[in-house]
Design a binder for this molecule. Structure first.
Ligand SMILES: Cc1cc2nc3c(=O)[nH]c(=O)nc-3n(C[C@H](O)[C@H](O)[C@H](O)COP(=O)(O)OP(=O)(O)OC[C@H]3O[C@@H](n4cnc5c(N)ncnc54)[C@H](O)[C@@H]3O)c2cc1C
Length: 335
């Protein structure tokens, strides 16, 4: 959406999702006190791409749904999102904004702009508490709560995350193709990432930020492909508005660079699934079966919190599937 169209859209709808917003005409509970009717078929915690896709499927299935979201998606710093059909190259907030407007058309779906702080099992399902301390009940819970990337304490890194320090070449690789590119990682992660990124650029250097942890075989392969490895400790990334220009090292040296790829450790954005007893995989994702069910009956999960295939398209796909699976379970219980 172009700037003018975007401004008109915001003016008409009041929606600025991800930053905050909330159109009073959409059934938002943000400023209301819920005293009586706080029973839902489904509560979705996380109202970004996965959660909104689940909400759309459930709203279209006539389910009473509450979407609780505190507006903190993982890609909020990225200026443009790529590789999602019909929305290639638009700001990620815009995708969420349109999605939210469309989901908001289903009268049984409500939104609550708050943090879900806890949940427990009840006789008929689950009770979810939010930061205002209100409690909402539902028969089923969906966690579309995403993951939180853990940034290294290198000055300039977090400022550039999603702008010129990138997590995925399928999302951003085309825009920095053939550019001077760094890999900020070590060992197997660095090797795997270097191999992958060599598809987009040959001007590639691996920065291990300390002694390299490659196997002998990996070192041989990197040498064969003339991929330099720099082990010097990094002091900071010199950047302007998130665009990294130089890597500065503790010994005073520096390397010019246009883009950097990093594979960061992560944690679940929301700890409620674990507190309910949902098991995690060894990698740290919520364990699910092919129907998106977690290891706790009645609790489903979708989006980045269940998979390393981290794209908007995949989050939407998993969210839609989850909405259908939750509805199927409700039908089977009632029919
Ligand atoms: C920097 C970056 C750039 C990216 N660029 C692209 C790209 O160009 N193209 C692409 O396809 N993909 C891109 N991705 C991947 C894409 O953003 C994710 O796959 C997608 O956002 C996952 O959607 P999600 O709904 O699972 O999680 P998220 O979008 O992370 O949303 C999770 C939501 O849950 C909410 N939440 C969590 N816990 C609670 C709680 N307790 N209470 C209330 N709300 C809660 C959060 O506030 C957030 O709104 C990028 C990712 C990153 C990190």
């Amino acid at each position: 959406m172009k700037q003018v169209a975007r401004r008109t859209f915001i003016k008409q709808t009041g929606i600025v999702f991800g930053g905050l917003l909330i159109n009073p005409s959409i059934r938002s509970l943000a400023n209301t006190t819920m005293t009586g009717n706080n029973q839902y078929d489904v509560i979705i915690i996380g109202g970004s791409y996965a959660g909104l896709a689940a909400a759309m499927a459930l709203g279209r299935a006539l389910r009473k749904v509450l979407v609780i979201d505190n507006g903190n998606p993982c890609n909020k710093q990225t200026p443009y999102s790529h590789n999602f059909l019909t929305r290639d190259g638009v700001p990620p907030t815009e995708i969420a904004m349109i999605a939210r407007e469309q989901v908001g058309r289903y009268p049984t779906v409500q939104f609550l702009h708050q943090l879900a702080t806890g949940a427990k099992q009840t006789e008929n399902g689950f009770a979810v508490q939010v930061s205002s301390e209100e409690i909402f009940n539902a028969r089923k819970l969906v966690f579309a709560s995403g993951v939180k990337d853990i940034m290294p304490a290198v000055p300039g890194f977090s400022e550039s995350w999603g702008i010129s320090v990138l997590h995925c070449p399928y999302c951003h690789g085309y825009e920095v193709k053939h550019k001077k590119t760094g890999i900020y990682a070590n060992g197997d992660n660095a090797f795997e990432l270097a191999m992958l990124i060599s598809n987009w650029t040959h001007d590639l250097t691996v920065y291990t930020n300390g002694p390299s942890a490659f196997s002998d075989e990996q070192t041989e392969i990197l040498k064969k492909y003339k991929l330099p490895v720099v082990e010097t400790e990094i002091r900071s990334f010199e950047q302007q508005n998130g665009y990294v220009r130089n890597i500065l090292f503790v010994d005073g040296a520096q390397s010019p660079v246009d883009a950097i790829y990093a594979r960061l450790p992560f944690e679940q954005h929301c700890s409620i699934p674990e507190s309910l007893g949902c098991e995690l995989t060894e990698e740290g994702y919520i364990k699910i079966n092919p129907a998106q069910k977690t290891t706790v009956a009645g609790v489903f999960a979708c989006g980045d919190n269940v998979t390393r295939m981290r794209t908007v398209a995949n989050a939407v796909s998993l969210g839609t599937t989850t909405g259908m699976m939750v509805n199927k379970e409700l039908i089977e219980e009632d029919f």
